[in-house]
Design a protein around this ligand. Structure first.
Ligand code: SIN
Length: 560
């Protein structure tokens, strides 16, 4: 029998000034919907489209519709649809990658839902790549025992899924798409989530959107770090809103660093898909030698956390800020055809995917933690659902298996909609309100000093990249905590509630929670590697670190 885990006392905490929600003002304009969905990636879109046609949904997205983390997913969508595959094999690979922290039931729901979800996407008009005989083309990625990764346009899978679902959303008049909308905070009445405070234009005052269900599909957290594969919008908004609302969150110490993000001086990071290694690319050190065969029996196809750490170590040995990805031994035309988006991005930077050594390094990519949720999205707050990357269902455990994230957004987005549709069973009601006419947003003031907020935001990102990345230790985490607390104090003193200041406070809040969790888990597991605790602690296997559910805030427990 395992010894109960001991929760480390003290250490970095969450600044109280960041935990205050924005309370709705009764004078604020209101509108009423059947559901309010925050986020328009695969999870939010699947949820909205799965509901019956007439369902009145407000779909909020921070940028233009179609711009989301989903759009940048290259490798693809994992599902056991191949003739030699089976959901049980997919389940085994997912559990192995998750390093003892997966929720077995959630994983089974995910993999068993894969084939039907692919059928649904095809019915929605998604055009996956096909083999010459017309069957779905399947790629291989790290830690998958079978070729089971569906892709589209070679390496533009997320973009194709987003295109197809956005086109369907545009055909639905009952879905009100609110672009450039900024979700501020959740509204609660009598222990239920009953709406959302949101800003609906760059300079508008907040409004309250009421609905019997609010869905957090607000995506990831990559922008908490200075180097990330994620787009600018991935600023952990869902996590921050949940923290301010006192909703249970978990596994915040588990962030995934993608091993191969392009590293060129003074250039934006750009993802070089794991599928490239799946097709046989090698990683080479500064002397041109392969270093992965000595690091793991699966070499370049080891789980993502293993490859990221091996690269980080090799960069240290080489005194370099990158290693090299090499495809020169592979068929050049086949590689350029298989990865047209990556090849074009590299060509614009003067590199040839097929023949040059591509400089790559790990960068923040995916957040395994989030709002504790069941596969149907149910959270600790009735009326609030969380799906996709914003949720923590336990399907990824301590380390997500490649290409399981689009699948999660899809399968659990659909499951949440199906459960909501039968919501009489769990008492949400289906929304009896009438859509009230919008009051025109009043012109508000612009953020008081956006450049000061941006400078403070970079301090958070630098501290996270320096101290809370592929490897961590107590001293570094304490230093990151102190820096973020200083930013929080400066942010609290900033005048105004504009988007830039509110966004800064949200980022500092989410980052401080990540640091506090990483400090408290005194072991190494999956994406969380502590230099001062390099081994896994058997007592912490299957134990999630939760915040919001215990007397002092933090506790170890199960997700259920
Ligand atoms: C990739 O193409 O390497 C990213 C896919 C994923 O993160 O699952």
């Amino acid at each position: 029998m395992n010894t109960p885990p001991i929760l480390t006392a003290g250490g970095p905490g969450i600044p109280a000034s960041l935990l205050r929600p924005t309370l709705p003002d009764p004078a604020q304009p209101r509108a009423r919907y059947d559901a309010v969905v925050v986020g328009a990636g695969v999870a939010g879109l699947a949820f909205a489209l799965r509901l019956p046609e007439g369902t009145r949904i407000a779909l909020l997205t921070k940028g233009a519709l179609g711009e989301s983390n989903t759009r940048y997913a290259q490798g693809g969508l994992a599902a056991a649809v191949g003739p030699d595959d089976d959901p049980a094999l997919h389940e085994a690979d997912t559990l192995a990658a998750g390093a003892g922290l997966c929720d077995a039931d959630a994983v089974r729901r995910l993999v068993e839902g894969g084939p039907a979800a692919v059928e649904w996407l095809l019915a929605m008009g998604t055009r996956f790549d096909r083999d010459p005989d017309g069957t779905l083309a399947l790629g291989r990625e790290a830690a998958h025992g079978r070729r089971r990764v569906l892709h589209a346009g070679g390496d533009a899978t997320g973009a194709e899924i987003e295109r197809a679902l956005v086109a369907k959303v545009r055909e639905r008049p009952a879905i009100t798409v609110l672009e450039r909308a900024y979700a501020v905070d959740l509204v609660q009445d009598g222990g239920r989530c009953t709406g959302l405070v949101a800003e609906l234009g760059a300079a508008s005052e907040p409004v309250v959107l009421r609905a019997p269900v609010v869905v957090l599909a607000a995506g990831g957290a990559g922008q908490l770090w200075a180097t990330t594969s994620n787009p600018l919008g991935a600023t952990a908004d869902g996590l921050a809103m949940a923290l301010r609302a006192g909703v249970a969150v978990a596994d915040l110490e588990f962030a995934q660093f993608h091993p191969t993000v392009l590293r060129l001086p003074d250039d934006e990071p750009f993802l070089v898909s794991e599928a490239v290694r799946g097709e046989g690319a090698f990683l080479r050190d500064a002397d041109g030698e392969r270093f992965m065969p000595a690091a793991h029996p699966l070499a370049e196809l080891a789980p993502r956390d293993v490859v990221a750490r091996a690269i980080q170590r090799q960069m240290g040995l080489d005194g370099a800020d990158h290693v090299a990805l090499d495809l020169a031994h592979l068929d050049p035309d086949a590689m350029r055809a298989r990865f047209p988006t990556i090849a074009a991005a590299l060509r614009r930077r003067g590199l040839d995917l097929a023949t040059d050594r591509i400089p790559v390094a790990p960068a923040a990519h995916y957040f395994m933690g989030g709002v504790v949720a069941s596969p149907e999205g149910r959270t600790s707050l009735p009326g609030l659902l969380a799906i996709g990357e914003a949720a923590c269902t336990g399907v990824h455990g301590a380390n997500r298996l490649a290409s399981n994230s689009l699948l999660e957004g899809l399968v659990f987005g659909m499951a949440a909609a199906d459960a909501f549709e039968g919501s009489r069973v769990w008492g949400l009601g289906s929304g009896d309100g009438v859509v009230e006419p919008w009051s025109a947003p009043k012109s508000g003031t612009l953020p008081p000093n956006p450049s000061a907020a941006v400078a403070l935001r970079s301090r958070v990102q630098r501290a996270m990249s320096r101290h809370v990345a592929v490897v961590r230790d107590a001293a570094g985490l304490a230093a990151a905590g102190a820096e973020i607390a200083a930013v929080a104090a400066a942010a609290a003193a900033m005048p105004g509630d504009g988007r830039a200041v509110h966004g800064l406070r949200s980022m500092a809040l989410a980052a401080s929670a990540v640091v506090a969790a990483a400090y408290r888990r005194e072991e190494s597991r999956g994406g969380h590697f502590r230099l001062d605790f390099p081994d896994s602690d058997p007592a912490l296997g299957g134990r999630h670190l939760l915040f919001g559910g215990g007397e002092d805030g933090w506790r170890y427990g199960g997700l259920g």
